[in-house]
Design a protein around this ligand. Structure first.
Ligand SMILES: C[S@@+](CC[C@H](N)C(=O)[O-])C[C@H]1O[C@@H](n2cnc3c(N)ncnc32)[C@H](O)[C@@H]1O
Length: 211
């Protein structure tokens, strides 16, 4: 498994800059990464890869894992900064070790806490070295089951840092909790929405309008 993962990440890092990885490579990354209960499914991982290749400005990731590796290989390697928020210390250590072992560039992986902002909970935002604007957000955390409001906090807290045209990739978009999150977001900000349905779950591509 470890050998397969290293080989797959090596193939990803060796792609010419600007090339979107083929589905068979992404599937090899998924199966060798393991963590089946949490890892991005193939359609979401492919969307993350496609947008990472195109991103020209800073990227925010909420909830780290294999997607962090893909963002580093396809955007971090080109000098596009990637800030990834993680609240579970053991999982942070796991992902950090993989980033270091496989020399995945350009990731600022941040161990942070989930804190209360009154009506909702979300990541405590790091102080210092925080981009003024993000062009792309990969929104796969924090978990709904244990977080008041789940992923909702992204927009009230980071919305001022998301300019018109910024893209949010939201996994699990048709789960009841994410339907609620999207409804609340639509009330607070203009955004165009595309839902991509796969047999197991769906993701949304949200393109933000002006504030
Ligand atoms: C849906 S997961 C993020 C998955 C990531 N985007 C990927 O593709 O691998 C969201 C959160 O679940 C938690 N998590 C992931 N794997 C876990 C594990 N094996 N055990 C406990 N928590 C885990 C982490 O806190 C993570 O930020």
């Amino acid at each position: 498994m470890r050998y397969r993962l290293g080989r797959a990440i090596g193939r990803l890092l060796a792609l010419p800059v600007g090339e979107v990885p083929a589905l068979d490579l992404l599937e090899e990354l998924r199966t060798s990464w393991g963590n089946e209960a949490f890892v991005a499914n193939l359609p979401f991982l492919a969307a993350v890869a496609k947008h990472a290749v195109a991103a020209e400005g800073p990227i925010l990731e909420c909830g780290s894992g294999l997607t962090t590796i893909v963002l580093g290989a396809l955007a971090g390697r080109r000098g596009v900064p990637v800030h990834s928020l993680e609240h579970v210390p053991e999982w942070f250590a796991h992902v950090f070790t993989k980033l270091r072992r496989y020399r995945v560039p350009g990731i600022a992986l941040r161990l942070t806490r989930l804190i209360s902002y009154g009506p909702f909970e979300w990541y405590e935002l790091p102080k210092g070295d925080w981009p003024n604007e993000f062009q792309l957000v990969v929104c796969d955390g924090p978990p709904n089951a244990t977080t008041l409001g789940g992923r909702y906090g992204l927009l009230p807290l980071e919305g001022p840092h998301l300019p018109a045209g910024a893209i949010v990739l939201l996994d699990d978009a048709t789960c009841s909790s994410e339907i609620l999150v999207r409804r609340r977001w639509h009330l607070e900000r203009r955004m165009r929405e595309e839902i991509h349905q796969a047999p197991d779950r769906a993701y949304a591509v949200l393109t933000l309008g002006g504030q």
